[in-house]
Design a protein around this ligand. Structure first.
Ligand code: SF4
Ligand code: SF4
Length: 370
């Protein structure tokens, strides 16, 4: 199929998946802004989603985590004070985007529920939270439920029982998360999306995994493709002195037989579970084969999709710095503690960064799950 057409189809399927996963997040504000992505200045006048990385600390050590691979957790970096978080949220309120809290593990912050209360009830924002689900106490679950603090609860799980524990590096993690989810009310459970990353370790066990969680009353499962570079690709980029952002490094590419089998497995799962299973990004067969089986670095022919994400959304790091995404953490546009967020979004610096991202070959962008 024509590559341009393939790219348009991918965008269309991505939008459709978003609507299926998060119907409650579709607002008039977002619908009104979408045409700006296609015409005129090609970015939305205001960010549609703000991903607030509220802490870099985490209690797990997932094998595929780009943070963990770079030992970020071992720094002494302090989280921002609650008063500063509030100041940023007041700034965000004027823009009225969706706010997605993540980390690290957000529930490691003792004031995280207070942050949620402030975002939801003082700022009237739509709120999603990405968590590994291990730290949810009874009290936290009840408060979130009673005060209706979260619109979508995205809980990361990567396999059943020991498989999950091995991937995240904590014995008993799976049981802990499942027992937490079982304490959710029906209403809260209906907001849960289980989010997994596709890996060699789990791809052939997803059928049991999906069935398990649908039986637990979960309505949607999301599988994201693995963001990675091989050792060889990473060496190539370093030798060429190309800016090397945070990426998970694997030993090598996936072999052809594995890719064949993995593709058929995913197709069958999608046929079986239909809209209950969302695969992100929704790659075509050709894109899938390139993602897992083609070396990048020496060839311009790699399926390079232009980044749409930086044209409609942004990230804020735990120090309040605006960054284009979690993989470009050194690319700081300005701090929201002392700058107007909308001014940063429309600043010459950000415009330039969008141009650079669109034209450059940042290795991490080749296999980006956004
Ligand atoms: S839970 Fe998330 S942030 Fe923590 S190690 Fe796993 S992938 Fe990384
Ligand atoms: S990694 Fe690259 S493609 Fe992905 S969101 Fe960031 S800038 Fe965009």
């Amino acid at each position: 199929m024509n590559r341009k057409l393939d790219e348009i189809f991918l965008l269309y399927r991505t939008l459709l998946n978003y609507i299926i996963l998060y119907p409650k997040l579709i607002t008039l504000n977002s619908i009104y802004q979408l045409p700006f992505l296609l015409f005129g200045k090609k970015y939305t006048p205001k960010p549609l989603t703000i991903n607030f990385l509220i802490t870099h600390r985490c209690n797990l050590k997932c094998k595929m985590c780009s943070f963990f691979g770079r030992k970020t957790y071992e720094t002494e970096e302090r989280d921002m004070e609650f008063e500063d978080v509030k100041k940023i949220l007041i700034g965000i309120k004027k823009i009225n985007p969706i706010i997605s809290f993540g980390g690290g593990e957000p529930f490691l912050r003792e004031d995280f529920v207070d942050i949620l209360k402030f975002a939801k009830h003082e700022c009237n924002l739509k709120v999603t939270v990405i968590t590994n689900g291990t730290l949810l106490t009874d009290k936290v679950i009840k408060t979130i439920d009673k005060l209706d603090l979260i619109d979508y609860f995205i809980i990361s799980l990567h396999g059943l029982f020991n498989l999950h524990d091995e991937i995240v590096g904590l014995k008993g993690a799976f049981d802990r998360v499942v027992s937490n989810i079982r304490r959710f009310s029906k209403k809260l459970k209906s907001k849960v999306i289980i989010s997994s990353v596709l890996m060699r370790e789990n791809i052939f066990f997803f059928d049991d995994f999906i069935r398990f969680f649908l039986n637990e009353g979960i309505r949607k499962i999301k599988i994201e493709h693995l963001n990675f570079l091989t050792k060889e690709e990473s060496n190539f980029y370093q030798k060429e002195n190309i800016f090397m952002p945070f990426t998970f490094i694997r030993k090598d590419l996936f072999e052809k037989e594995f890719i064949e089998k993995a593709w058929h497995t995913l197709i069958n799962l999608k046929r079986k579970y239909r809209s209950k299973l969302i695969i992100k990004p929704p790659l075509s067969r050709e894109q899938f084969y390139e993602w897992y089986g083609k070396k990048i670095g020496n060839s311009n022919e790699f399926y390079r999709l232009r980044c749409v994400f930086v044209r409609h959304s942004l990230f804020i790091d735990p120090q309040g710095e605006v960054i284009p995404c979690q993989f470009l953490r050194n690319c700081k546009i300005g701090n929201t503690k002392n700058n107007d967020l909308l001014k940063l979004w429309n600043s010459a610096v950000y415009k330039n960064i969008r141009k650079i991202i669109s034209k450059s070959n940042f290795p991490v962008c080749f296999r980006c799950c956004k």
